[in-house]
Write a protein that binds this ligand. Structure first.
Ligand code: IPM
Ligand code: MG
Length: 359
């Protein structure tokens, strides 16, 4: 297969982790005889430094012309001025919106080798495998916002707005994926307070009727947050809005042991998909070869699965990650006694080498 993959290293540790994912993808291309063409472009703070624009037109255009996009992370203290009108994050949000990737798949898997790093109690649960489907191009992230000044009192507002079609399409993605899993969907909202959540709940419940073979319930986000850390196995597929999904997946990463373990893939009605770890640019660790590249490497596996339909190759990467963890190699974030500490690029190389060995 031939594929064009746009690589967006972004800021902070982004270039370091994305380099390891590209290393693994090149190994895949070699072993399975694919031709992957990697094209790099600027996004976020790195792009602002050059042109002032966190999402240059040429970046968006290159992304639109490619088969899939691998992005690391954006943002950092250099561009953090709260009064600035342009921020690196706008590049990321603009890209998601521009590509129309409305469904963000965030799988949460606890590797048994990482039980010590997980916040859950191993005597209660030793096996977690759930999927959060986060709506990614609507909701409060994209609603109207502004500031006002009434009689000298400063105020600000953000609007959480969803349309029925926006909810329908992301809920359908969740149900379709649940059919290939344990056949259970939980829709998470705040329908006891928010009107947009009442619309979300009505719509999700109606779509659920199209899937009589899949179990369905709706849950308030506060209860879901509590259950997620205490009984993560009550969930199979969670579908929720943009902001709730953002918060719940950072929470869920602690079940998996580290932010450095959680990949994600955003898909829309058309190609290309956008694949990125759920973590940020971790500026204080930049250039130290200490961060965990596994979240980005697993995002590359999702890229193969969802955008290029290379299931076997995706699985091979996931198996290599599992094998390297079994062998006792750990980056700092998931380290424990009796394991071998490795840096970012060593971890990437171990995973790439392991793929060649399992050929
Ligand atoms: C994520 C991140 C982003 C988000 C930030 C960097 C804008 O937290 O992908 O979860 O909130 O979507
Ligand atoms: Mg987040």
């Amino acid at each position: 297969m031939q594929a064009r993959i746009t690589v967006l290293p972004g800021d902070g540790i982004g270039p370091e982790v994305v380099a390891e994912a590209v290393k693994v993808l090149k190994k895949v291309a070699h072993i399975y005889e694919h031709e992957f063409v990697f094209e790099e472009a600027l996004i976020g703070g790195a792009a602002m430094d050059v042109s002032g624009n966190p999402l240059p037109d040429e970046t968006l255009q290159l992304c639109c012309e490619s088969d899939a996009i691998l992005l690391a992370a954006v943002g950092g203290p250099k561009w953090d001025d709260p009064t600035a009108s342009v921020r690196p994050e706008q590049g990321l949000l603009g890209l998601r919106k521009g590509l129309g990737v409305f469904a963000n798949l965030r799988p949460v898997k606890l590797y048994k080798q990482l039980l010590h790093a997980s916040t859950i109690k191993p005597e209660v649960i030793a096996d977690v495998d759930l999927l959060v489907v986060r709506e990614l191009t609507g909701g409060i992230y994209f609603g109207q916002r502004g500031r006002n000044n009434t009689d000298g009192v400063q105020g600000a507002y953000d609007t959480m707005f969803y349309t029925v079609p926006e909810v329908e399409r992301v809920v359908r993605v969740a149900f379709d994926l649940a059919r290939k899993r344990r056949k259970k969907v939980t829709s998470v909202d705040k329908a006891n307070v928010l009107e947009s959540s009442r619309l979300w709940r009505e719509t999700a419940s109606r779509v659920a009727k199209e899937y009589p073979d899949v179990e369905f319930d709706s849950m308030y986000v506060d209860i879901a947050a509590m259950r997620l850390v205490r009984y993560p196995n009550v969930f199979d597929v969670i579908v929720t809005g943009n902001m709730f999904g953002d918060i719940l997946t950072d929470e869920a990463s602690m079940i998996a042991g580290s932010m450095g373990m959680l990949p994600s893939g955003a898909i829309g009605a058309h190609k290309p998909g956008l694949f990125e770890p759920i973590h940020g640019s971790a500026p204080k660790y930049t250039g130290q070869n200490v961060v965990n590249p596994i979240a980005t490497i697993l995002s590359a596996a999702m890229l193969l699965r969802y955008s290029l339909e290379l299931e076997e190759e995706a699985q091979a990467i996931e198996d290599a990650v599992q094998a390297v963890l079994e062998e006792g190699h750990r980056t700092k974030d998931i380290r424990e006694k009796g394991t071998t500490l490795v840096g970012t690029w060593e971890m990437g190389s171990l995973i790439a080498d392991r793929m060649a060995n399992s050929e």
